[in-house]
Design a protein around this ligand. Structure first.
Ligand code: COA
Length: 320
């Protein structure tokens, strides 16, 4: 028994913030942002929560898969910006979708959250514990970014992406690969939580901290390693891949990985220009864009990869 992707969906807030808008807020230029990151605009919530976005993406994926609430046997949500500390985002989404009784949980693995969630859901389906699993990555990092810090505020956007996995005799998810190394915890982090710095958190004085240059180097190295690991595990070569669906953090990181795979950029799904870095939402949203555009066809082999704070990093090799 395997799992395969039965449907995909995404949800973005309507409000768009362009690089020109940011020029008015911080000392930056459209040219700097475009050339250093590949980003032109990003969607930013204007009152919506992570839960609103996850619900929109989940409903779209369920509709694409042709299933109703009663069919869902598992909900896994990747997010680091949940609506509440608890109940977890999976349960909150479950209530919104009028689904009852199935396991529902969230995974906090920063930008790799969706790949972690996909891997967990794949195991459940393979074990026969769920016929259909709803897997969502949703984030509203704009709420915890310092809008006066040009080093971070230009990078991030909000959104959610989702897939429905279904039990199948044909292999859809061919393999998943997850890694983490907490030794990198000080390169990219949000400082406070319930256990420490709670006062700063309550006062809204804490923001995402990042040593961008160092993150960049580790990202290129770790992602370079995991694409090789994934191909090796499946006894495949670079030429067996039809598509690369990378985490959309920085176009220069994506270019480096595409070069490593000898992949022409036409075979790389890019949303960074319009979405910015939406953390755990970036890979499932890019997948949904490419599926709905008709680029990715049934039978195509795609490599999904992501890295994020922790560090966490992971990949999935998927036959669509
Ligand atoms: N506009 C204009 N100038 C900016 C700027 C902005 N938005 N942000 C930083 N700068 C300045 C810096 O202050 C620095 O100025 P200085 O040379 O006078 O000190 C200069 O640009 C270069 O900064 P640097 O940090 O070396 O730039 P960079 O080429 O490394 O690009 C990032 C910065 C953040 C775009 C890049 O490091 C990056 O993308 N890193 C990975 C981040 C990431 O992916 N994080 C999420 C992981 S999931």
């Amino acid at each position: 028994m395997y799992s395969r992707i039965a449907g995909t969906g995404r949800c973005l807030p309507d409000n768009i913030v362009t690089n020109a808008d940011l020029e008015k807020r911080v000392d930056t230029t459209d040219e700097w942002i475009r050339t250093r990151t590949g980003i032109r605009r990003r969607h930013i919530v204007d009152g919506e929560t992570t839960g609103d976005l996850c619900e929109g993406a989940a409903r779209a994926a369920m509709e694409a898969a042709g299933i109703g609430p009663e069919d869902v046997g598992l909900i896994v949500v990747g997010t680091t910006t949940p609506d509440q500390v608890f109940p977890n985002m999976g349960c909150l989404l479950q209530a919104r979708l009028d689904i009852h009784g199935c396991p529902a949980f969230s995974i906090e693995a920063a930008c790799t959250g969706f790949i972690y969630a996909l891997s967990m859901a794949d195991q459940f389906v393979r074990d026969g514990k769920a016929k259909y699993a709803l897997v969502v990555g949703g984030e509203t990092l704009s709420n915890i970014v310092d809008w006066s810090d040009r080093g971070t505020c230009v990078l991030f956007g909000d959104g959610a992406g989702a897939v429905v996995l279904e039990a199948s005799e044909e292999a859809g998810i061919l393999s998943t690969h997850l890694h983490a190394d907490g030794a990198y915890k000080d390169l990219l982090y949000f400082p406070s939580g319930v256990g420490s710095g709670f006062d700063r958190l309550r006062e809204g004085k804490d923001f995402v901290q990042m040593r961008g240059n160092e993150v960049f180097k580790v990202a290129v190295n770790t992602l370079g390693g995991i694409v090789e690991e994934t191909l090796e595990a499946n006894k495949m070569t670079k030429s067996d891949l039809d598509w690369l669906i990378p985490h959309q953090a920085n176009i220069r990181i994506i270019n480096a990985i595409a070069r490593k795979l000898n992949m022409p950029m036409e075979r790389v799904i890019l949303t960074i220009e319009d979405h910015g870095n939406t953390s755990t939402a970036s890979v499932p949203m890019a997948l949904d864009v490419a599926v709905r555009d008709g680029k990715i066809q049934r039978g195509d082999v795609m490599l999904l990869e992501a890295f994020g704070g922790g560090f966490t990093w992971g990949s999935a090799l998927v036959r669509y």
